[in-house]
Design a protein. Sequence first.
Length: 451
Amino acid sequence: MASSQGVRVGPAGATPLRSSDPADPVTRPVGVRTRPARRSSDHDAPTITLRTTIAPTPAPSPTPAAPPKAKATAPKASAPKATAASPSPRTGRSTRRATAAATAVTTVSVLVPAHNEEAGIAATVEGLLAQDVPEWLHIAEVVVVANNCTDRTAEIARQYPVTVVEMAHNPDKKAGALNHGWRETARGADLVLTMDADTELLPDTVAAMADELRGNAVLGAVCARYWATPGRGLVWRLQRLEYTRYDDLRDLRRWKVSVASGAAAMYRNVALEAVAAHREAGEPWDGTSLIEDYALTLELKARGYRVAAARQAHVYTTPPASFRELWVQRMRWGRGGMDECLKRGWSTSTRLDCLSYVLFGFSVFFRVLFLTMLALMIIYAVPFRYALYGLIPLGVMWLERMTSMWRVPDRGWRDVVLCAVLVVEDFYGFFLELCAVVSAWRCLNARRQAW
């Protein structure tokens, strides 16, 4: 294993400081009172202890009739006029955040596992080095883990001020690369950002993700909202529309997600340590899982953490370029998700995902039923006035797809036509459902699914 020298990336002169409380690295002012917080409506969320800063009570002013005794003047000296700047209970939260920004620095280590990514590793690293971070945040190190590479990925990465680690024989693939990078370089940071080597970050992505974690102590991880990298072709356009609709779904769910997407996810290091402590291997990522990001998400939920999407963090990721590559990817996703749910059974961390599989089965059934009804209406020449009733669901589907299409970044007339025709996207939906059905069949028959 060869590695190049790691160079700190961040604002000049910033000195990373470790906070005693990883969830809220704040230097607490004098006069702190602890009170229990209101419990969230989510039964899976742990109760958090909030702290409200109380200004020191000023000494009572002496009455004009009788001069104060010597003992009464003592508290007056210990309560200077500076207490006027002390926060009231109503402004405690904003003051704590201002104090944290001035007295503590949150450190982030970045892990980029890369397997034969010579075509895109340069853009990925350049996006990381161009991050605009505030004073309270410091990117401690960027580590590129060249995972079983046979191309020039490591050579290209070494042209930049980052740490490059090569793993020539890594049986655990991406999970093994992440575990190795975390164990060797990232355990001392407050936060850990993992991202695919074909993902490009916007300049404020790291700051937006860190700020999301900074503002909510229940969150163990956040993922970025991802768009498809600019490209061309039918497969690319269909996936770009799919990503947009999935983003709409996350918005409807108030940014709760079932998986912290591996495209770009940021974790609290204390959460990773908690997961590692409960695994036999002593590492956060499961090398036996087909989708290591989903397995880690379930482990975080089992430890009491929440996972969400960072609303202001955006990245561009490269989708599969052909239907064959897309088939392999979705088969791995589908089989990996079912394997993880079967492995853990019905629990607080898997129950929503298990219910989603049941709903998916109903959706496939009703889709087949709807197409059968349309075919019978055509074969038996059902009068047009009755046929209109059967077209109502189709009209609702068309309206939903057209409205979501308008939220696609840099959309063009081809995107409008693709949604308006409706038939092409319907065939794409059949393709994705077929991937899920075949994955379920292989899972139930215990057939091995390749990476």
